[in-house]
Design a protein around this ligand. Structure first.
Ligand code: GDP
Ligand code: MG
Length: 243
């Protein structure tokens, strides 16, 4: 059960703003969860103001567990760490592992361990920011908890959303989890080095992404081999200039 949004089923987020479940009293779901989301929206605005005031560009990085969010940040730090001044806030239910991986690549990082919560919220991010040394930082990655449902509902005050979708996940995931893709400015198809091995159907995957996120840009790359990362770095360089 998620302490912050009260959901025990991740799918509940899909319904919470729209209609209560049929088996629930009409209006009950909305009454319980709306204040949580309204409070989050206020704190997200505060984060947004903070980012703006510090000249930071914040990227909310979203995906299933294991799609390669941390790997892509590590690869980016390896290749562009010297030019793009980056810091990272990373969320997982448990462990400091990802923050340690990122620190080893030379970037300031703070781990948020959410316990049972399936997403980050604006309040958690605000606290994490207090622990980060941000002088000279232009780009802030916020690696969200690996989940294609819950994080979609929670604005963190970010400037943009990037969703990762790896070739090993199946081409139908954008259709099954459309909400998270819908708000993405950029969808990164990761692990293209494995595409042939898993029989990745690229045309279907691209069509599915375009169907649920018609205005999103799509990049295909491998965080492992570095193939395709040039355009990713161009995207980040432009983002840093927007900060
Ligand atoms: N072959 C291959 N493996 C990758 C790639 N990116 C990540 N991985 C592997 O996928 C696993 C999960 O990666 P991780 O970065 O921890 O994913 P996260 O949970 O989204 O942060 C690790 O074993 C990575 O080495 C990639 O582009 N190609
Ligand atoms: Mg990770």
């Amino acid at each position: 059960m998620c302490d912050h949004c009260g959901c025990s089923e991740p799918e509940h987020h899909q319904h919470e703003h729209v209609h209560p479940h049929e088996h629930e009293e009409p209006g009950k779901t909305l009454e319980v969860r709306r204040p949580v989301l309204e409070m989050n929206a206020r704190l997200a605005e505060r984060n947004r103001g903070y980012f703006k005031g510090r000249g930071l560009y914040a990227i909310n990085l979203l995906s299933s567990p294991g799609s390669g969010k941390t790997s892509l940040i590590e690869r980016t730090l390896m290749d562009r760490g010297a030019n793009l001044k980056m810091a990272v806030v990373v969320g997982d239910l448990q462990t400091e592992n990802d923050a340690n991986r990122i620190r080893r690549r030379g970037a300031p990082a703070v781990q948020i361990t959410t316990g049972e919560a399936c997403h980050l919220d604006a309040h958690m991010v605000a606290h994490a920011l207090e622990k980060l040394e941000l002088d000279g930082i232009r780009l802030l990655f916020i690696e969200n908890v690996g989940n294609l449902v819950c994080p979609a509902s929670f604005d963190l005050g970010e400037n943009t959303r990037v969703v990762l979708h790896s070739v090993t996940e199946g081409e139908d995931k954008p259709l099954k989890y459309p909400v998270i893709f819908h708000d993405a400015e950029l969808v990164v198809i990761n692990k293209i080095d494995l595409a042939a091995a898993v029989g990745f159907d690229r045309d279907t995957a691209l069509a599915n992404i375009r169907r649920v996120a018609p205005s999103a840009r799509i990049l295909e790359l491998s965080a492992k081999t570095g193939e395709g990362t040039r355009e990713w770095y161009e995207f980040l360089e432009k983002a840093a200039q927007r900060s």
